[in-house]
Write a protein that binds this ligand. Structure first.
Ligand code: CP3
Length: 350
């Protein structure tokens, strides 16, 4: 596939892996790297007053996006935002309740509530993310690529129907079994909004994109095939300009189907061994997948575990990362040890 120019990038390791080109070592970044494990992030958040203010003000979003690049030395930035900006753009606002997580005062559980949603308008909250991307690209000045992202339709559907996180997502799942047509109609609207959003991120300068299907693991194979994959497929087919990473947490049962998507990289969560995935994913590149909890160990142990992980993935087809988002209380030294170990690795010397 031909991707639009990224000629000015000084470090394009992650793009080379995504395109199947040769690299001297794996690139490394961390899911949720623009977040609370950095005291510098917490300081900006205190200045901003709230999480949503940080997202709505591109100046704050840009500042915390750059922190892990400047302070930890990762090989890619990921734009600071949230997957929940999409429901908001569709007319379903959320709140971030400290200590609890996201909350939607209104949900979509009926035909009538579905009718209340709207397509993404020209002027919407999504423009804040586009503006933040433009700012970050300017300040990165080609040092590393910038990752844009969105939630996968099934995961966004979970939040819009449940109204918050859940252990079982039984409200969301009940809708699949009891009102499949309503579920498909909502999933289709989310898909449309997501394609618009991702195209906007590309236009603003995102160099590659990741889809987070955080709640894939509450479904099984037939249900995932019916309610998640068709929408992932539409998005993958619509996005041809930049490489795409699909991270479907807990979807070990759908690796063969994910491998058939028109995406470049499949993210593995920390429960999925590379050995298990490799025969199922064709020649796609893989991303992952250290257990974030492993980083509670001493830095030397983290380094050893990291090297073992690097050796378990195929040469040149691996983007080093955790197998889910980083936790806010992880010791910075161990996070740094993880990143440094990847950066010191050399395929030639192995
Ligand atoms: O990766 C990055 O650093 C970029 C920014 C980013 C955030 N959220 C910022 C954030 C990304 C990529 C996300 C994705 C996201 N958001 C997902 C998918 C990834 C995953 O973890 O599975 C999900 C499910 C959400 C929804 C969400 N946002 C939840 C459930 C929560 C609360 C839980 C928590 O971690 O506190 C958030 C809040 C959130 N999004 C924070 C950050 C930095 C913490 C907010 C704070 O500063 O208090």
């Amino acid at each position: 596939m031909d991707f639009q120019g990224d000629g000015q990038l000084q470090n394009d390791l992650i793009l080379r892996v995504a395109r199947g080109e040769a690299v001297e070592r794996p690139p490394v970044w961390l899911m949720r790297q623009a977040g609370r494990f950095l005291k510098e992030y917490r300081a900006v958040r205190a200045r901003a007053g709230s999480f949503k203010n940080m997202i709505a003000r591109p100046e704050y979003a840009a500042e915390v996006t750059l922190q892990p690049v400047d302070l930890i030395g990762v090989d890619a930035a990921i734009i600071f935002s949230d997957i929940l900006v999409i429901p908001e753009a569709m007319g379903l606002p959320y709140e971030m309740v400290p200590g609890k997580g996201p909350l939607f005062p209104r949900t979509v559980r009926s035909e009538q509530e579905l009718q209340g949603l709207r397509p993404v308008a020209e002027e919407s909250n999504l423009n804040d993310t586009y503006e933040a991307i433009r700012l970050v690209k300017k300040r990165l000045n080609g040092r590393v690529p910038l990752i844009g992202f969105a939630g996968a339709p099934w995961t966004i559907f979970c939040y819009m129907t449940e109204g918050s996180g859940s252990k079982t997502f039984s409200v969301a799942k009940a809708m699949l079994y009891r009102a499949p047509e309503l579920a498909h109609a909502l999933l289709q609207q989310i898909t449309q909004a997501t394609i618009t959003y991702l195209k906007g991120q590309i236009a603003a300068g995102a160099d590659l994109l990741q889809l987070f299907d955080s709640w894939a693991g509450v479904l099984n194979r037939p249900v995932y095939r019916r309610f998640a994959l068709p929408y992932l497929r539409q998005i993958c087919e619509a996005i041809q300009e930049v490489p795409l990473i699909v991270f479907a947490k807990g979807a070990f049962f759908a690796l063969e189907e994910l491998a058939e998507l028109d995406c470049e990289v499949i993210g593995l969560d920390w429960q999925c061994e590379p050995d298990f995935a490799l025969p199922l994913v064709g020649n796609k590149a893989l991303q992952g997948n250290m257990d974030p909890c492993q980083l509670y160990a001493e830095p030397e142990e983290v380094a050893a575990a990291c090297r073992a992980m690097l050796k378990a993935f195929p040469k040149g087809r691996h983007i080093a990362n955790l197998g889910h988002g980083i936790y806010p209380d992880l010791p910075r030294e161990s996070v740094q040890a993880f990143v440094n170990t990847v950066k010191a690795f050399s395929y030639e010397k192995e």
